[in-house]
Design a protein around this ligand. Structure first.
Ligand code: FE2
Length: 146
């Protein structure tokens, strides 16, 4: 994972600075047992009760339509929780000055975009990502556009 202000890509933002704004992140252990233990502890600590997998890939006919739901600025009433199991992607998140902070995620990254935090999600040029999503409540997880 790498984070930086979109206006100043040369200066990385450390995970603990993101965490002070509620943007939590973890390095996912490469082994299955370690991965499962991390998912369990994150679910327990943050009250996530459900999970599923989502994949975006270049050969999908409706890829553009799917991406159009998330590449415009929005927020959710629940946390957006993603564990990247393959590929990579980009979260842009508004900081306290309403500037974009870009967070590049790749395989082995797990991230929480907190509820009511404005953000958008973009694919990289490879247009491929596979993620586990964790949910506290399916009903609250719909994009609310700015
Ligand atoms: Fe979102």
């Amino acid at each position: 994972m790498r984070a930086y202000r979109l206006q100043d890509p040369t200066h990385s933002i450390a995970p603990d600075a993101l965490a002070r704004r509620g943007i939590l992140s973890w390095n996912v252990p490469p082994d299955e047992a370690g991965r499962a233990a991390l998912v369990d502890s994150v679910k327990r600590e943050h009250g996530y009760v459900d999970e599923d997998f989502v994949e975006l890939k270049p050969e999908m006919e409706n890829l553009e339509a799917i991406c159009a739901k998330f590449d415009k600025e929005h927020y959710h009433t629940e946390d957006e929780v993603r564990m990247v199991v393959d590929g990579d992607g980009i979260f842009d998140v508004r900081d306290e000055s309403d500037e974009w902070v870009r967070i590049e995620v790749t395989k082995g990254d797990m991230i929480v975009i907190p509820a009511r935090t404005h953000h958008r999600f973009l694919l990289t040029d490879e247009k491929h990502i596979r993620c586990m999503r964790l949910f506290a409540n399916h009903d609250g997880w719909a994009p609310l556009y700015r």
